[in-house]
Write a protein that binds this ligand. Structure first.
Ligand SMILES: Nc1ncnc2c1ncn2[C@@H]1O[C@H](COP(=O)(O)OP(=O)(O)OP(=O)(O)O)[C@@H](O)[C@H]1O
Length: 355
C-alpha cells in the first residue's frame, strides 16, 4: 500500500522526517508519534501535496513525486484540523467533496447518504455544520474521506478532541472501514493505547525517525504473568484477599498492585511460567468456595515496550507524567488536544485506554 525509501523532509529549522524507510501493507496501520514527530508531514508527502527533500515514496504503487493527482483520486484524506465550512450542511459538503473526486451528481448524492449513514450522521445531515459537536464534525470529515470509495484512507488524528465515549465510537468506526468495506487505513495518533486495539500494524516515529514498525501482536506478546479474578462469597467477603492469603500460605507469591489494570485490587497477579500453577490456582479457588471469573495470561501493552526503553534512557520521570494523566480512556489533558511539542523526544503518550 505504502512504501518509502530513506524519505526525508527538512524545513529550515527542523528535520520533520529523517531517512524513513517503511513498507506498509493492507489493513489498519497506526502511525504513532508524539506531537511534532512528523506524522502530518508524512501524510502530506504521501498525498503528493508536499515534496520530500530526499528519498522516494509510493502509494498504491504510484510515485508521490509524479502521480499526486492519481493518488488523491484513489486515497481518502481526513485532515487533522477543523476545516468544515460552518454554514453548509453535512450533505451539501460531502456531495461537493464527492463531486470534486469525480463522481457524477446522482452517484455523489447516493454515496453521500450511504456514507453519512455509515458514520452515524443520518438524522442531522441537513443541519449547518457550524452547530455540530466535535464528534459530529469528525464524522463528517471521515465521511468525506470515504465518499468516493477509496482503496486507502489517511486519517490524521481522528480521535482528537473527543471524549472517551466519542473516542471509542470513532475507533470502532475506523476498524469497520476496513472490515466492512475492505478499505485500508493509515491512522495517526499520539496515543499508543488506542492504536493497540484498532490497528493490525503499528509504526512508531519519533523526531522524524523510525523507532519501530511491527504487527500489533508482536508488540503485545503474552507474558508469563497470570491475572486471576474471583468472586466474593458469604464466607469470604473479600474473595481476592482470601485467595491471596491462601496462595501465600501454599508458598505462591502474588503481586498485589493489580499491575495498573482497571479494577486493580480485584486482580491477583502471579508468575505462571510453570503450567502446573494454573491447576494449583484453580484448586485453591475451588477449595475456598469462590467463583473463578477469569484466569488469563497478561499481554504486554505497547506502551510498556517503550517504557522499558525510556527507563533505560533515564526518562522515567517524563513517562510517569504521561501515565498519571492517562486515565482510563480519557484524553491526556482536559481539552483532549495534544500537549505542546516537546524538545526531548518522548515516545508517544501512553493514552491509558487499555490500562
Ligand atoms: N510548513 C512547515 N514549516 C516549518 N516547519 C514545519 C512545517 N510543517 C511542519 N513543520 C515542523 O515539522 C515537525 C513535524 O510536524 P508534523 O506536523 O508533521 O508533526 P505531527 O507528528 O503531525 O504532530 P502534530 O500532531 O502536532 O501535528 C514539527 O517540528 C513542525 O513544527
Amino acid at each position: 500500500m505504502i512504501a518509502t525509501e530513506s524519505l526525508s523532509k527538512r524545513f529550515p529549522k527542523v528535520t520533520a522526517l529523517d531517512r524513513l524507510t517503511l513498507d506498509i501493507g493492507a489493513g489498519v496501520t497506526g502511525l504513532v508519534g508524539a506531537n511534532g514527530a512528523g506524522k502530518s508531514t508524512m501524510i502530506k508527502i504521501l498525498l503528493g501535496l508536499s515534496p520530500a527533500t530526499e528519498g522516494t515514496a509510493s502509494v498504491l504503487g504510484l510515485d508521490v513525486a509524479t502521480s499526486g493527482g492519481q493518488i488523491r483520486e484513489r486515497v481518502g484524506y481526513m485532515p487533522e484540523h477543523d476545516c468544515l465550512p460552518p454554514d453548509v450542511s453535512a450533505t451539501e459538503f460531502v456531495v461537493h467533496m464527492a463531486r470534486m473526486s469525480g463522481l457524477p451528481p446522482a452517484a455523489a448524492r447516493e454515496r453521500t447518504a450511504d456514507t453519512l449513514r455509515h458514520v452515524g450522521l443520518y438524522e442531522e445531515r441537513y443541519r449547518p455544520m457550524g452547530g455540530y459537536s466535535t464528534g459530529m464534525k469528525q464524522r463528517v470529515k471521515l465521511a468525506q474521506a470515504l465518499v468516493h470509495d477509496p482503496q486507502l484512507v489517511f486519517l490524521d488524528e481522528p480521535t482528537n478532541g473527543l471524549d472517551p465515549v466519542g473516542r471509542d465510537e470513532m475507533l470502532d468506526l475506523i476498524r469497520r472501514v476496513h472490515t466492512d468495506f475492505g478499505i485500508s487505513v493509515l491512522v495517526t495518533s499520539h496515543l499508543l493505547g488506542e492504536l493497540e486495539r484498532t490497528c493490525d500494524h503499528v509504526v512508531v516515529i519519533d523526531g522524524g525517525k523510525l523507532l519501530r514498525s511491527s504487527s500489533t501482536t508482536d508488540f503485545t506478546q503474552t507474558t508469563t504473568t497470570l491475572a486471576v479474578e474471583v468472586t466474593d462469597s458469604d464466607e469470604h467477603p473479600d474473595g481476592t484477599g482470601a485467595l491471596r492469603a491462601a496462595l501465600g500460605a501454599r508458598g505462591v507469591t502474588t503481586q498485589d498492585d493489580g499491575g495498573g489494570l482497571p479494577g486493580a485490587g480485584h486482580i491477583v497477579l502471579l508468575d505462571a511460567a510453570d503450567e502446573a500453577v494454573y491447576d494449583f490456582v484453580r484448586d485453591t479457588v475451588a477449595d475456598l468456595g469462590l467463583g473463578l471469573v477469569r484466569m488469563e495470561q497478561r499481554r504486554h501493552h505497547i506502551a510498556e515496550v517503550f517504557r522499558t526503553g525510556h527507563e533505560q534512557h533515564g526518562q522515567r520521570e517524563n513517562h510517569e507524567q504521561h501515565e498519571q494523566h492517562g486515565h482510563h480512556g480519557q484524553p491526556e489533558n482536559p481539552s483532549g488536544r495534544p500537549a505542546a511539542p516537546t524538545t526531548t523526544p518522548p515516545a508517544p503518550q501512553t493514552g491509558g485506554a487499555q490500562r
